[in-house]
Design a protein around this ligand. Structure first.
Ligand SMILES: [Zn+2]
Ligand SMILES: [Zn+2]
Length: 356
């Protein structure tokens, strides 16, 4: 069975990638690569060839839930491909140690999908003594053989929040006797869109979306509580501050206008992902001489990635790696998403161009 298929079959939840971690450790040992630390979940180590420079490659290893109950998981973000590519490349690199331009730090990171794995491994020392860091991410919008590069901002910072609004329960036909939290909610939805369209420079991007709402239990009762969960994305910290302030101003004004109370709780988010410009120039030079087609200055996205936390400490590049075979490909995080086997060999070649 191929590495890609074996890893696909293991698909595990964020921070519970124990079988995947064991698989990685066994594979490394079978390739005579012994210098690594098992952080269970997650692994990092070094192929040390006595060079002054150490360059890291990060592959994330977690999968996504297929249903609400989190009973089964699938690699809908292609992290199994990132892992298969890195494992196969390490085997090749270790067999060709004399050709390596630098020492290789390999990082198999858990829990990317919940934005917590990078910091978990950074704390364990995964990027100690690292001079540069790279990661690739499969991209179903680009063709096989195409790679997308962009200097500076590539992916957004993300904030996640849970909000509970308390009103006053009443008969649906007598709303004036209570506080209708559904009216408050609909007002909030429009205020949120006003925040991103009217309080910041329109040239600077932001998106604000609500993803989950819970309230009510009968046709004719206005309930007293509504729970709302959502996220907003931004590139500049100044934009994050405006959104946070205006959300708070909105809720405070609702207190006065509607008489509600609220609890707002921010969860751990991620920071914007910023690629190093000099390293992009270097990669462009390397790949222009190769079979890869570079899509220069690829459009940024409001998605987020915890690879940004490594880039906060070490210069590096996040590479968008094309996997589309025909006219179209199922998008990331879709149940039909898959990675063609061919992509693994191409991914290994991509790392070869940079490291050998
Ligand atoms: Zn994902
Ligand atoms: Zn991903």
């Amino acid at each position: 069975m191929s590495l890609l298929k074996s890893l696909e079959n293991l698909a595990e939840e964020s921070f519970k990638e124990f079988k995947t971690t064991e698989f990685i450790c066994n594979y490394l040992k079978s390739c005579e690569i012994k210098n690594f630390i098992n952080c269970n979940p997650g692994v990092f180590g070094t192929i040390d060839v006595n060079k002054d420079k150490t360059v890291a490659i990060r592959a994330d290893i977690d999968a996504l839930p297929l249903d609400k109950n989190k009973k089964s998981f699938k690699h809908m973000c292609g992290h199994h491909a990132h892992t298969a590519i890195l494992l196969e490349f390490l085997k090749y690199a270790n067999e060709n140690r004399e050709k390596l331009k630098c020492n290789i730090r390999f990082i198999f990171q858990p829990a990317e999908e919940i934005g917590k794995g990078a910091e978990f491994l950074i704390e364990k020392g995964a990027i100690d003594e690292v001079d540069e860091i790279y990661a690739l991410h499969v991209e179903p919008l680009l063709n096989l053989g195409e790679i997308g590069l962009k200097k500076g901002y590539l992916l957004a910072g993300a904030k996640f929040f849970d909000l509970e609004i308390s009103g006053k329960s009443t008969h649906a036909a007598l709303p004036h006797n209570g506080i209708d939290i559904f009216v408050v909610f609909s007002d909030l939805v429009s205020k949120i869109q006003i925040i991103v369209s009217r309080f910041k420079d329109p040239v600077k991007s932001a998106v604000f979306s609500i993803g989950k709402v819970e309230a009510g239990y009968a046709h004719n009762i206005i309930p007293d509580k509504i729970k709302i969960s959502g996220t907003f994305r931004f590139f500049e910290d100044e934009i994050r501050k405006i959104i946070e302030k205006k959300l708070l101003d909105t809720l405070e004004s609702f207190k006065l206008f509607y008489g509600i109370d609220y609890k707002l709780n921010y969860l751990k988010g991620t920071i914007p992902l910023i690629n190093d410009s000099d390293l992009i120039d270097n990669l462009t030079k390397i790949f222009k001489k190769s079979e890869f087609k570079i899509i220069e200055n690829i459009y940024p996205m409001m998605g987020s990635e915890d690879f940004a936390f490594y880039l906060q400490k070490v210069p590096g590049v996040f590479i968008r790696f094309g996997i589309k075979e025909g006219e179209s490909h199922p998008p990331l995080h879709n149940k039909n998403f898959y990675v063609p086997e061919k992509a693994v060999d191409l991914g290994v070649k991509l790392w070869e161009k940079i490291f050998l």
